[in-house]
Design a binder for this molecule. Sequence first.
Ligand code: ADP
Ligand code: MG
Length: 287
Amino acid sequence: SIPLGFFGGIGGASKSGILIKGGNYLEALADAEIVVFDKTGTLTKGTFKVTELRPQNISDDQLLELAAYAESYSNHPISHSLKAAYNLEIDSSRITAVEEIPGHGVKAVFDGKAIYAGNHKLMQMMDIPYYSGEIIGTAVHVAIASEYAGYIVISDEIKEDAAHAIAKLKASNIKRTVMLTGDAKIVGEAVAQKLGLDEVYTELLPADKVSKVENLLEGKSSKGKLVFVGDGINDAPVLSRADIGIAMGGLGSDAAIEAADIVIMNDQVSKISTAISIAGKTLRIVK
Ligand code: ADP
Ligand code: MG
């Protein structure tokens, strides 16, 4: 049977917008030792702004149109941002096929031509020559069939409470704070440095995130627990693999809310340390 005190802890957490799916997760959370974060939509807002348009052989507007159409069916934060920047209605009859390639980007048939929009890994995968100089930001490369059409630089903002939230975790019993991201090294490392995270791993595919978490699980003490915090876009398998999977419920997908053990309703990073401290207090009362 579940000790009565757990109901108090779960109830108290829910008043703070933290939904805990069972007393066992509260118990595990009290032993949290490693906190691993996804970047986009978790530590950052997930609302990218276009900062540069670098078309090749087409106009700025055409480049943005190609990207917005290619992304029209995607639910990735990058896709929403490009559609918002395009700001015109998408005529979905011009799109006849769409394919999302996790950790890479999208492919779609637009006006009968194959369009690719994604990172350098997507260009490499399709054997399309692309601009490979240094880009300060997240690059979305665009190609029409095997013809490179240029790139769009987008940038996201760190959530207001993120730095304070990480500092609070580091001042508590948490031994390691880690960030995993599929984004570029230059972007991931800059975010991790600004937030004071202990470790950062970049350019990871969804499967790489799972193996990283498995490595981190091997490196912790036997009693200690690993918490993963994500938004569920490309990271639902990691949410299930962690001892405790926490999803950001606001931006997050239904799949994330399903895969997670705990859901943060308003997406604030500071709710992670709130949840851990509620867990600690509850366990002290129960035991
Ligand atoms: P993160 O680990 O930061 O949450 P993801 O794993 O969702 O990021 O994506 C990793 C990278 O894959 C992105 O930074 C982007 O370069 C590329 N990518 C993924 N989905 C898309 C998309 N719909 N359009 C363009 N690029 C994408
Ligand atoms: Mg993500």
